[in-house]
Each structure stands twice: as C-alpha cells, then as structure tokens.
Design a protein around this ligand. Structure first.
Ligand code: TRP
Length: 362
C-alpha cells in the first residue's frame, strides 16, 4: 500500500514558531525522508470559513500568508502537493455523504470542538458548518487515501472520527477507504510552545506570538520581553525553570553545537540550567543565546521568504498546480465512492442493462 501524508492548516493567521516546532519542521523532514509516496499539504480555507463566514477577506489574505510560510520553511512544491481546500470541490461532496454516517451526539462529544465552541462563545449560535467540520476533515484525509496524518494532539479526536467513518463506510458499502494513522510530534517540548508571555499557547488574540515572518529585530525584541521567573529579581538569586519561557524554547531549539558557537562557557543545556537554578546567571544571557539560536534557525527561512515575496504570481501558480493535482487524486477516490454507494448511474452499463431487462420482461 502506498504511504501517503495529508495535513494542513486553517488560514486564519500567519504561522508562528509554535506551528514551526509543532508541525512545520517535521513536515519538511518527512518530505525529505523519501519514506512517503505522496505528501499533500492543504490550506484549509473552507474550514476557516466555518467560523469566519462574515470575514472572507481575512481568509483570502491568510491563504497567501500561509503559502509563503510553507514555502519559506522548505516545503518543496516538487515533492509536496500544496493546495487550497476550496479548490477541490470533491471534498465537499464527500463530506455530504459522510454526514450520514455520524451522529450529532458523536460530534458533540468531540473535546476539541467543545473547547473551540467555548472559546468563541458559540454556545447558543453554533454555525452548522462549524459543528460539522470534523466530518469535513474526514473527507480531507480520506479523499487522498492518506495513511499518515501528522498533527498536534488537539487534532486526535478528528483522526479518531475519521477512522470511525472509514470503518463504517467500508462496512456498509464495501472496502473503499483507507484508515489513517495519527502521527504526533516527537519531542515533548514541541507539543506546545508557550507564548512569549508564558501563557500556555501562542495565539494571535493574546499578542504573544513570534511569527516566522517577523524581522530579526522584531523577533529579538519579543525574546527580550519574554516572561521568565518573577522571583528571579537579582542575577545572584536562584532561578526557577518551570514555566520559564526562554528555557522552554531552548528545549525545543537548542542543539549541543550551539554552545561552542554562541555560549562556550557552558557545555550543555543541563549545565546552563544548573547555573540558572543555583543563581548567578541572568535572564539577559539566556535570552541573547536564544536569539542567536533562533536567528540561525530562521535565516534560511527568511531567505526563501524574500525570494517568494518577490515572486507572488509564481506562488499562486504553485497553489493552482497543486490544487489541480489534488483535485485529480480526490476525483479518483470520489469515483470509487460513488460506485460503492451506488450513485454512479451513468458510469455503470450493467445498471442500465439490468433496468432495461427488468422493464422488457414486464
Ligand atoms: N483542523 C486543522 C487545524 O486546525 C486543519 C485541517 C483541516 C486539517 N483539515 C485537515 C489537518 C486534515 C489535518 C488533516 O489547523
């Protein structure tokens, strides 16, 4: 069986370092590993519209932002099919059929949807489309017969639901669809990078994000303002690592060779942490070290972004070609789905012959 990846993001904002350590960095590794036959990365504009119906301009602007983020991290259109969800209408058709295989109470139990409903104060006014997005996500995945879905743990309920839908579909209509596996981030620090204010998650509304598109100056400014340890008032005071944002970022980004390059007084992250905890190490030193590491990590991204920003029409061409390829693949699955569901009236000569014979015998 072919090994196929599908994953994606809602274009509701620029992508930030949390996305980078949580998913983007890994996608590029997977792309370059040669272990997968096909890789699809989707800009989920239709899903973004499920709770932004009144703000189409926001979604439209962020489609290109996210595309630039993808290309700048090193997703390569020669190896990865980057496409826009709405440009593959087969996905909507598939979702329409899957809705018959899922109960309302099943969707109501989805913990991620529950949290999102609370966050958006939707309790009394949930758009039907938003409520159903987990079902549409099952279409995104199965239309490409994806075997592997690399996502954060908040997406686990969607993959679970997808597997249930696949099992149900294959059981009723015959083996047609592929059950996907979730692929979670490996490193614990990557599960969730906190915002610069130390809050659990980077979010645009909290203003605590470091964006991949930030200039080196803006990024340095944000690192310098990071929340550390409020009890660490003097350099000589013992410091605490728990909830200490720069150290959490170091867990996600620091590699042994960074010490020789930027902070040769220490030989490892453990040694640095030990000194901080003991007292005598200032936040400024830690932050400067982190800035150096982030600059090194982000330099190739910044170069690629600068190139694509000068070639915006080419970026749209990449998305158009990706969407064309994605549509071809989804259309193949839809043909199989329609045949399995017995709604392929015009592609089935046996059906016509059978009906003709039935009425001839009358
Ligand atoms: N729900 C995902 C997010 O919040 C985006 C998404 C839509 C997705 N369809 C998908 C992710 C299919 C993986 C597979 O960003």
């Amino acid at each position: 069986m072919e090994k196929i990846i599908l994953t994606g993001d809602r274009p509701t904002g620029k992508l930030h370092l949390g996305h980078y350590v949580g998913s983007l960095r890994r996608r590029v590794e997977l792309q370059n590993s040669g272990m997968f036959d096909k890789i699809y990365v989707m800009i989920a504009d239709a899903q973004a519209l499920t709770d932004n119906a009144d703000n189409p301009e926001k979604v439209r602007q962020n489609v290109i932002e996210v595309a630039l983020d993808y290309l700048s991290v090193g997703l390569d259109p020669e190896k990865t099919t980057i496409f826009i969800q709405s440009q593959v209408p087969e996905l909507a058709e598939l979702a329409f059929y899957y809705m018959n295989l899922v109960t309302v109470s099943r969707v109501q139990r989805n913990p991620t949807v529950k949290t999102e409903i609370k966050m958006r104060n939707f309790e009394q006014s949930i758009p039907v489309g938003f409520f159903c997005y987990p079902v549409s996500q099952a279409s995104d995945i199965t239309a490409f017969k994806a075997t592997t879905v690399p996502v954060g743990d908040d997406q686990a309920p969607m993959i679970e639901l997808t597997r249930e839908i696949v099992a149900r579909f294959n059981n009723i209509y015959g083996p047609t669809l592929v059950e996907p596996e979730i692929m979670l981030p490996e490193n614990a620090a990557c599960h969730r990078l906190p915002g610069t204010d130390g809050k659990a998650k980077m979010s645009k509304s909290l203003g605590n994000c470091i964006y991949l598109s930030d200039t080196p100056k803006d990024m340095a400014k944000k690192v310098k303002s990071m929340y550390t340890d409020p009890l660490h008032l003097n350099i000589s005071d013992p410091g605490h690592l728990e909830g200490n944002t720069p150290f959490i970022y170091l867990d996600a980004f620091c590699r042994p060779e960074h010490f020789a390059k930027y902070l040769p007084e220490y030989e490892s992250l453990d040694a640095l942490k030990e000194h901080y905890t003991r007292g005598g190490l200032g936040d400024g030193t830690v932050k400067k070290f982190l800035i150096n590491i982030l600059d090194e990590e982000l330099t190739p991204l910044r170069e690629r972004r600068a190139y694509y920003e000068k070639n915006i029409p080419a970026v749209y061409d990449i998305l158009k070609e990706g969407s064309r390829k994605a549509r071809e693949a989804a259309a193949r699955t839809l043909d199989e789905v329609r045949a399995a569901m017995k709604i392929n009236y015009f592609d089935d000569p046996a059906l016509i012959a059978e009906q003709a014979a039935k009425y001839a015998a009358k």
